[in-house]
Design a protein around this ligand. Structure first.
Ligand code: UTP
Length: 297
């Protein structure tokens, strides 16, 4: 029987330079999409997929992130006294069970592969583990990681989330070389990180992974790859080269790159429009502002 995926690694040790100056003092993962920090979207997605153990790979300057997961008993009793039960309920939904979160430090931002490697001692030798990049916020039902865990139940091996991107954008992603296209799931014959030319396909890897234990072992090589960083893509490609199974899942849903300013704005609009409490006023505003711009052109 396949071992269940119950643990997820959240690498949050990056420098977030694209959001300077904000990220001088605010971790990128705490930046808010509407009213919730990015990390909350990632946690909610993980929980929906059955994840019960959460490993954060953090770095200097990320204490706000750790504080976010503390239970706020003062705030809770104030809300209770004031009868604000809806807010209390919302706050409680963000509470994490004591002992469910572990933090490890990445002392230098040497790349995503290195960040995942930093968590190796907290993962059992025979355990498949999920990796979630909080920058990638995905609107989807069921949530993306749940779709992956369901597909992984049938395939085993390593699985990455993938989506079609225009050829001109492939240089920004890890790109799949497809060995066999089975529809939603593809068998991967190779992976290239940020190809400068001749991408093997238009299928880009985005920030959700289920890693076979061998991928973590491959990371022990700590080999520098594209951009001088230790790349997770290379450790997965090593597994393919060794003849092990790697799959891509074309997930159902829309992904927003909240690590970029344009992506964050797009996510704000899409999530704002999807919220019952905001969509009326917000869509009217958007409509008016677009009409005014058109009229001025
Ligand atoms: P990014 O490539 O978006 O890098 O990392 P970044 O440093 O966060 O942001 P920019 O490019 O400077 O604006 C993708 C994910 O991998 C994590 C990041 O925290 C982010 O979730 N990461 C990256 C690490 O944890 N450690 C690293 O060394 C690199």
């Amino acid at each position: 029987m396949r071992r269940k995926v119950t643990r997820a690694i959240f690498p949050v040790a990056g420098l977030g330079t694209r959001f300077l100056p904000a990220t001088k003092s605010i971790p990128k993962e705490i930046m808010t999409l509407i009213d919730r920090p990015l990390i909350q979207y990632a946690i909610d997605e993980a929980r929906a997929a059955g994840i019960t153990e959460f490993v954060f790979v953090t770095s200097r300057g990320k204490s706000a992130l750790e504080d976010y997961f503390d239970h706020s008993s003062e705030l809770e009793s104030l809300l209770r006294r004031r009868g604000k039960n809806d807010l209390l309920e919302m706050l409680r939904a963000t509470d994490m069970e004591s002992g469910a979160i572990a933090y490890v430090r990445q002392h230098q931002a040497l790349g995503l592969g290195h960040a995942v490697w930093c968590a190796r001692r907290l993962i059992a030798d025979d355990e498949p583990v999920a990796v979630i990049l909080t920058d990638d916020v995905i609107m989807g039902e069921p949530p993306c990681l749940q779709q992956m865990i369901e597909a992984h139940h049938d395939t085993g091996g390593t699985m990455v989330a993938t989506m079609e991107v225009p050829t001109a954008q492939t240089q920004n992603y890890g790109v799949l070389d497809v060995a066999e296209d089975m529809g939603a799931v593809v068998r991967v014959g190779g992976m290239v990180e940020k190809p400068k030319s001749d991408p093997p396909s238009n299928l880009a890897v985005i920030g959700r992974y289920i890693l076979a234990p061998t991928v973590l072992r491959n990371l022990n090589a700590l080999r520098e790859g594209a951009g001088g960083e230790i790349q997770l893509t290379d450790a997965i490609a090593d597994d393919i080269a060794a003849g092990r199974d790697v799959f891509g899942l074309r997930f159902r849903g829309q992904r927003f790159d909240c690590g970029s300013k344009a992506g964050f704005l797009q996510a704000t609009v899409a999530f704002g429009l999807a919220r019952d409490d905001l969509s009326g006023e917000f869509s009217e505003f958007l409509h008016d502002i677009v009409a005014a711009r058109r009229a001025a052109e």
